[in-house]
Design a protein around this ligand. Sequence first.
Ligand SMILES: Nc1ncnc2c1ncn2[C@@H]1O[C@H](COP(=O)(O)OP(=O)(O)OP(=O)(O)O)[C@@H](O)[C@H]1O
Ligand SMILES: [Mg+2]
Length: 212
Amino acid sequence: MLRGRWQQCRALDGLLAEVRAGCSRVLVVRGEAGIGKTALLVYAAQAAHDFQVARAEGVESEMELPFAALHQLCGRMLDRLDRLPGPQRDALGVAFGLRSGGAPDRFLVGLAVLSLVSEVAAGQPLLCLVDDAQWLDQASAQALAFVARRVDAETVALLVGTRDPAGGDCLMRTPRHCWPRSCRDGSMSGSGTGSSPSPAATRWPCSNCPAG
Ligand SMILES: Nc1ncnc2c1ncn2[C@@H]1O[C@H](COP(=O)(O)OP(=O)(O)OP(=O)(O)O)[C@@H](O)[C@H]1O
Ligand SMILES: [Mg+2]
């Protein structure tokens, strides 16, 4: 157990239990450098022993490479690519350099990732860990935010770690603009640290999901 992180670990345990029960959940862990964001994602990965796990991390030197982080996340799912509807398969194939073509339609890429994680999670719950999101390339951040807003009953848990220099201690929040339909009743609002909500704590790392 991590020192002083009882509340956060219980929140993560609760989130995983809800996903096991048939929901999808999205949670952002925010805070300053070295405060323990990655440690909490590692805790979640260990607690999710019965989940499949997909990982990606933002890399500062890859911020200018479109879809670099998404490729990390989806790399081991690509054997399911053929099960996607043609336009989605083609868009993701182009994004990942598996087929030639012009710049892929971002909407189709988002749909393709949603379809892919749904397909993978159909057999066993899926935990997607995205760390250092402050360094995601913009195309990946956009696609991930698209997916986060739409997951519903796929049994997908999406956990995002991101630096917030002004954030102080770790804040865990379901980003309001990314809430999936099944969570809009506010059932996830108690999954954080128990501190009062702050606008900064609801910001998704993607500009498509503004503070609220
Ligand atoms: N609650 C804790 N109990 C014990 N060790 C911890 C705890 N939280 C973090 N650590 C340790 O502190 C160090 C920094 O933690 P971590 O890497 O998780 O920070 P971070 O917030 O992800 O930082 P960065 O923003 O640089 O990615 C690591 O060695 C980690 O194991
Ligand atoms: Mg970290």
